[in-house]
Design a protein around this ligand. Structure first.
Ligand code: IVH
Length: 669
């Protein structure tokens, strides 16, 4: 390829990759699979590697690579980054509204209401469409320069969409945060390495962004959303709502979940609805931010020294409560990890009764100095297993001895080994807890989906010695099952049918089911789409794994060691000999992805499918399942007793399908 052709192809690829980043992060409606994205990315990296002279700093490949810093530089903000006053009650929000009317002398004041993200605030500066600087809030006047760290966030465009004419200079404010599922996975990863878990997604986001080495930030699942223009050359949009739309058009991610409210009653209703559905959002929010919509009115209302007069944080009931640690138990996971667990005096936190909290690992217990009998504050974020935020000193109280990890596995009595703060049982498949855990995982809905193979059945099969590895599941015979407690002729046949039905399994589910450390649903899909067959994966070495987009060194190491282990290879061979067919991934043409670009939201109870199944069906056809309804949603599938999401769909004019209509749509495709 000559230089001109290479330049043209590079430009086209960069444009295409930016477009897909924008579709994925700002619009929440990807058009291509992760594997297709990977291919584009690899083609660009290869071309740039061959032509280093054509590499520019705003190329999507140039997000990582700056050398580690000695310290984060201080930078002054464009304008002071103010905070928000917050309120909790209906009376206070009514009072706020009254104040707005009075100070403006207007009879109708409209608001834009959006989530109050629980992350950390950043200032982003774009010059001539290029991201040039980003900083943390700091003391509000001076922040820390985290430009190179922010560059690693795929949701942050390095280059604005030039065809929508962004201003020559643009300063925006946004929030960097972590999604709840990403936060949990990150905590699992780092505690398995023996490092301290983060107490909540906000701490995780702050700790990940304020790093001296941007390579660490690059490995952390941070996302950014923008909610305020702090300065721009040229004219500002007339309302806050338009301001958010303008940000979207320039390619910046903004809150997709937001509403325009003409009255304060509408604000209150939106608040009530959002708080009730709080656990459905994929990230933690601690309330809503209510902003006077018109910018000229915002200006008239002005600012106080710490906060603007035209906006308020309308918080939710906090999800922290105080209780007592009654005991500390130790559980054994399917990979053998020993996890200390605080057994609490039951307490209601944000509407849910909590009686257990994870303590992550021994170091964490020591660091927080939690002992049996202590008074503690527990915190619940979304559906995360609650964690102990801190211990509360009770003056004069006599305390118990510090907690110690057992030196024998509490389940099988094998020796406990230690790697840093991470303790594990050395019993492997000889440890019933590990064996049971790995079988439950293999049979679970998102893996082989063996109906009826629940916790209780797995426990029976392991305890009576019928199942000693994954392959044994396919050796079970009816006369053996009938002998078991609670099994009769019919139930035994049903279970055997379910096992037989699982014998054809898509590669990604099989991979996920193996329970390889660090390989969850997402990475399993990435691997399956990339390698297409299990044999290809089993023949791959660490470096090749690492060359796959999204597969980092730790995942690569874990994969390599799993497939190197003779025992694992044997079990896979036995599974195949017993008739398990692991389906290779077909080449994905557009015909195989009829739902590409379509977003579905499920609400209410479904009868024919579990939520997981329904989502997987959609994803298999190239679509996407989202947690909340927005203008971007294509279909809302409403089951029995559908709630606020259905109302939201009707309000936004999103197409609503019954379960039967959804099933028909699947069949047609
Ligand atoms: S507006 C002058 N909007 O909440 C406007 N802030 O307690 C000030 N925050 O420091 C900010 N989500 O970090 C605004 N949608 C949102 C927000 C938001 C989260 C944070 C922000 C601020 C803190 C105030």
């Amino acid at each position: 390829m000559n230089r001109r052709d290479a330049q043209a192809r590079i430009d086209a690829l960069r444009k295409e990759i930016r477009r897909h980043d924008h579709l994925y992060y700002a619009k929440d409606r990807p058009e291509i699979s992760d594997a297709e994205y990977d291919r584009l990315f690899r083609e660009l990296s290869d071309l740039e590697a061959a032509r280093p002279d054509l590499v520019t700093p705003d190329s999507p490949t140039q997000r990582v690579g700056a050398p580690p810093l000695d310290e984060l530089k201080k930078v002054p903000h464009e304008r002071p980054m103010r905070s928000l006053d917050s309120i909790l009650d209906r009376e206070d929000v009514l009072a706020f509204d009254k104040r707005m009317h009075k100070e403006l002398g207007e009879s109708h004041v409209g608001y834009t209401v959006e989530p109050k993200y629980d992350g950390l605030s950043v200032e982003l500066v774009y010059e001539h469409g290029r991201f040039v600087r980003g900083s943390t809030r700091g003391d509000g006047v001076t922040g820390e320069d985290v430009t190179i760290n922010l560059r690693t966030l795929r949701s942050l465009p390095l280059q604005l969409q030039s065809d929508s004419h962004p201003p020559a200079r643009l300063v925006v404010r946004g929030e960097v945060y972590m999604r709840l599922d990403d936060f949990q996975a990150l905590n699992r990863r780092i505690t398995e390495r023996g490092e301290d878990a983060f107490a909540n997604p906000r701490n995780a986001a702050a700790g990940s962004l304020r790093q001296l080495d941007s390579k660490v930030t690059a490995e952390r699942p941070l996302v950014v959303t923008c909610y305020e223009i702090m300065g721009q050359s040229g004219q500002l949009p007339p309302t806050h709502w338009d301001e958010l739309d303008a940000l979207v058009s320039w390619g910046l991610p903004t809150p997709a979940y937001r509403r325009q409210c003409a009255t304060i009653e509408e604000v209150i209703a939106f608040h009530r609805e959002t708080e009730a559905g709080r656990d459905d959002l994929p990230y933690e929010i601690d309330g809503l931010v209510v902003k006077v919509n018109r910018r000229d009115w915002q200006k008239r209302l002005g600012e106080k020294s710490r906060s603007p007069r035209w906006a308020i944080a309308y918080k939710f009931t906090p999800r922290k409560e105080i209780t007592v640690v009654q005991d500390i138990a130790v559980s054994v996971g399917r990979t053998g990890t020993l996890t200390p667990l605080a057994l609490l005096k039951p307490v209601e936190v944000g509407g849910v009764t909590i009686s257990r909290a994870t303590l992550h690992n021994a170091d964490e217990v020591a660091r927080k100095d939690i002992r049996v009998g202590d008074t503690v504050k527990v915190e619940r974020a979304g559906d995360v297993i609650p964690a102990i935020a801190e211990r509360i000193e009770v003056p004069g109280q006599k305390r118990n001895r510090p907690f110690q990890m057992p030196d024998r596995c509490p389940v099988c009595g094998s020796a406990v080994a230690r790697e840093g703060a991470y303790y594990y049982c050395t019993g492997q498949a000889a440890c019933p807890a590990q064996l049971k855990g790995s079988i439950e995982h293999f049979a679970s809905k998102s893996a082989l989906n063996i109906d009826g193979m629940g916790k209780k059945t797995v426990a029976q099969l392991v305890e009576c010695g019928l199942v000693g590895n994954l392959a044994d599941l396919y050796r079970l015979r009816k006369e053996q099952l009938i002998e078991l407690d609670g099994f009769a002729d019919r139930s035994a046949s049903l279970l055997l049918d379910a096992i037989a039905q699982s014998k054809r399994v898509p590669l990604e589910r099989f991979l996920m089911g193996l329970g390889i450390r660090q390989v969850g649903q997402h990475i399993a899909r990435v691997l399956a789409e990339h390698f297409k067959t299990l044999d290809a994966i089993m023949a791959t070495d660490r470096e090749t794994f690492e060359s796959v987009h999204e597969v980092g060194p730790e995942i690569a190491a874990s994969l390599e060691s799993y497939f190197k282990e003779a025992h694992n290879r044997q079990v896979i061979q036995q599974l195949r000999d017993l008739g398990l067919t692991i389906e290779a991934v077909p080449e994905t043409g557009p015909a195989a992805r009829p739902f590409a670009g379509k977003t579905f939201v499920f609400t209410g109870g479904l009868e024919r499918f579990s939520r997981d199944e329904a989502k997987q069906r959609v994803e298999r056809l190239g679509g996407r399942a989202a947690a909340s309804v927005s203008k971007q949603t294509d279909y809302v599938v409403a089951g029995a007793e559908a709630g606020s999401k259905l109302d939201q769909a009707k309000k936004l004019g999103v197409k609503v399908l019954s379960e039967a209509e959804f099933a028909t749509l699947l069949e047609q495709n």
